[in-house]
Design a protein around this ligand. Structure first.
Ligand SMILES: CC(=O)SCCNC(=O)CCNC(=O)[C@H](O)C(C)(C)COP(=O)(O)OP(=O)(O)OC[C@H]1O[C@@H](n2cnc3c(N)ncnc32)[C@H](O)[C@@H]1OP(=O)(O)O
Ligand SMILES: CC(C)C(=O)C(=O)O
Length: 514
């Protein structure tokens, strides 16, 4: 069986999803989980795009040992130099340079002639190779490029030292047949093509990203790029979990292996969903809540007689398992710590103490604490930036009665340590809380999306709220979890506000340092 390398770009193209803004600690946790998942290459970010991004790519490069870490750069010396500064710590540093090759992009965006584009690409690839042992070159908008021009520029960048050639469907325009043909054409018409690996990178604008990626693999791509949960620019990227499971389940038609540890998929998906605030739809293939659920009688009857009647993927394959954890009121610190390790967490003693405290508080309200509950507590704990004080909810009270306008009193601890309190009203209880918090924070905050769901089952389940806000016109998402829906709503609001606050704080610190 032929092998396909998995190139994960959740932290770069995935983070380009509108409203998603991961902090450095969240990115590091996702990177560690991607390493457990067994991705061959992870694109940690775009180092030249900001100081925060540079720092988080550098930390990931310093931490990750078994996956190769890469970063994106424009065809510019300064981008390449900055990327090298961040990535040279990696076990196997790589660079990913892109330059558009379609007439639309060359004319309107780059304002360069095709000859100038070739010259720039060649110069920058050879400049990058003076530093990086591995250089991937992407022909941005390859699918709307002239085939012969594409073949010429690819030949030239291979001669300049590129080790991987990526043919992205940047705007999700192509069909599987066309995309497969593009790979075949380059293999047949670029004389030095055997010196590089070919990579596929698809977007989902027409819903064909996964099908296109599989077509590329069938036509010679030995690397495939995508994101967890398919998140990414516009309609997103090809979903890596779908590609990996399709290769596994349809090995008869698609005889290709990957290094992915498939049972880590569900956990990776959950983590990405929580940190990005992008909830996975129930009907999402492989990792959606309904992917292994059977509703209708005839299906249930079939599954009871033999699961293979209606299940082509076993839940265990992707890490969805029956929950056998019984952690509750009487459990102690050891059992708690053991479980966190089994769940893949590497917590400091201080984090274990804080987590245990929260766990005990929850057992007072909830009979049994499930893996999902623990996961919800632990991800928050592990990614809280302890070094920067932020807005904290001290207390709140809501008055609601049918026929009355709900009112809320909220006390917040501000980053400067002062506790402020006020009261406000709204059409509903959540709006009353949000109006009151907005007044305390003194910023223009617009709520653009709100969703609420329960973590696990039962009346005592944790509530998890996702929000999208525009804080001073910056779109940002946030999430909060608590047993009470109003408290979860308040926490989600503050989580989003804190993301903007921490970014502004770090940007100001950088300016002072400069
Ligand atoms: C297909 C993709 O996903 S590509 C990756 C897209 N990701 C991102 O853009 C996220 C990070 N981006 C950023 O933070 C900013 O855009 C930055 C820091 C990179 C650049 O910011 P600015 O200098 O303000 O430029 P801005 O984004 O407005 O415009 C992009 C410039 O890069 C040029 N450019 C675009 N692609 C390339 C390229 N591959 N190589 C060289 N230059 C390029 C554009 O032509 C434009 O140049 P111009 O200023 O001479 O017109
Ligand atoms: C940088 C390139 C690979 C990209 O993200 C795209 O073309 O979609």
């Amino acid at each position: 069986m032929a092998h396909v390398n998995i190139f994960d770009t959740t932290l770069r193209d995935g983070e380009q999803s509108p409203g998603v803004n991961l902090n450095g600690l969240e990115k590091l946790e996702i990177a560690k989980q991607l390493e457990r998942l067994g991705v061959d290459i992870m694109e940690a970010g775009f180092p030249a795009s900001s100081k925060n991004e540079f720092d988080s790519v550098k930390t990931i490069a310093q931490t990750i040992r078994t996956s190769s870490v890469t970063g994106l750069a424009r065809a510019k010396k300064s981008d390449i130099d900055t990327a090298w500064e961040a990535l040279n710590y990696a076990a196997e540093p790589r660079l990913h340079i892109f330059l558009a090759t379609s007439p639309i992009h060359m004319t309107h965006k780059l304002k360069k002639t095709p000859e100038e584009v070739i010259e720039t690409a060649v110069e920058m690839v050879s400049y990058a190779r003076e530093r990086f042992p591995q250089v991937e070159w992407s022909a941005e908008d390859a699918c709307r490029s002239d085939l012969d021009f594409l073949a010429t520029i690819i030949e030239r960048v291979i001669d300049a030292g590129a080790t991987v050639i990526n043919l992205p469907d940047t705007v999700g325009y192509t069909t599987p047949e066309e995309y497969g043909f593009l790979f075949r054409y380059m293999r047949e018409n670029v004389p030095n093509i055997d010196r590089v690996s070919l990579s596929a990178h698809c977007h989902d604008d027409l819903g064909m990203a996964v099908a296109n990626s599989l077509a590329a693999i069938e036509n010679g791509a030995t690397q495939v790029e995508g994101t967890i949960n398919g998140i990414g620019e516009r309609a997103g990227n090809a979903s890596l979990e779908e590609i990996a499971v399709a290769l596994k389940i349809r090995g008869d038609k698609l005889p290709y292996t990957t290094n992915l540890v498939l049972h880590e998929l569900k956990r990776t998906s959950d983590m990405v969903s929580k940190f990005t605030g992008m909830k996975v739809p129930g009907n999402k293939a492989v990792v959606g809540a309904n992917a292994f659920a059977h509703e209708s009688g005839i299906h249930q009857d079939g599954v009871l007689k033999n699961a293979s009647t209606y299940e082509i993927i076993t839940p265990e394959l992707v890490g969805v398992k029956a929950n056998n954890l019984v952690l509750g009121k009487h459990s102690g610190r050891h059992a708690f710590k053991d479980r966190t390790i089994a769940l893949g967490y590497d917590l400091t003693e201080a984090q274990i103490s804080e987590g245990f405290k929260q766990f005990k508080l929850l057992t007072d309200k909830k009979k049994e604490v499930t893996d999902d509950d623990l996961f919800t507590i632990l991800v928050d704990l592990q990614t809280k930036n302890e070094d920067i004080s932020q807005y904290e909810l001290q207390a709140f009270q809501v008055h609601y009665g049918s026929g009355n306008r709900p009112s809320a009193t909220v006390a917040l601890r501000k980053p400067d340590g002062n506790v402020v309190e006020t009261a406000g009203i709204g059409q509903g209880s959540v709006e009353a809380i949000y109006n009151t918090m907005e007044a305390l924070i003194s910023e223009k905050i617009v709520l653009t999306d709100y969703s609420l769901h329960s973590v696990g089952e039962g009346r005592d389940a944790l509530a998890e709220v996702y929000v999208r806000l525009n804080v001073q016109d910056t779109p940002v998402s946030g999430r909060g979890a608590a047993q009470d829906v109003l408290e979860a709503s308040a926490q989600a609001f503050l989580n989003a506000v804190n993301r903007v606050y921490v970014n502004q704080f770090l940007a100001q610190k950088d300016q002072v340092q400069l």
